[in-house]
Write a protein that binds this ligand. Structure first.
Ligand SMILES: [Zn+2]
Length: 113
């Protein structure tokens, strides 16, 4: 993938995530006014909990996107941050913010659990 294309896709993602976060933050205040969805009555999570989780996810993704943009700037974009081998093109196409090759990501995921 061309670096310029990667950069514009990442900048779009960052803009989307910024919008998502501000919408979710905005909803957080509206939700307190009631109007709960009766279909959600059985859920253990309150609307606010779900909202906070969504904000957290968006902020995590945003951090990944910002890190990928920083790697474009320092010239290391497209290489695995752990082993420095090139990240396969299809993987970058699918997830432009990805920081690791498949084996390193798998190792990291295993370590986490
Ligand atoms: Zn690797």
């Amino acid at each position: 993938m061309e670096i310029s294309i990667a950069r514009s896709r990442l900048e779009e993602m960052r803009a989307d995530l910024d919008r998502t976060v501000s919408v979710l933050m905005g909803e957080h205040h509206l939700v307190r006014g009631g109007g709960a969805d009766p279909g959600d009555a059985g859920s253990n999570l309150t609307e606010a909990d779900r909202n906070a989780a969504s904000v957290q996810t968006a902020l995590t993704q945003r951090a990944e996107v910002l890190a990928a943009l920083a790697r474009i700037d320092d010239g290391s974009y497209g290489r695995c941050v752990d082993c420095s081998s090139p990240v396969p093109e299809p993987r970058l196409e699918a997830r432009p913010a990805t920081a690791r090759c498949v084996p390193c990501q798998a190792k990291r995921d295993r370590r986490r659990y």
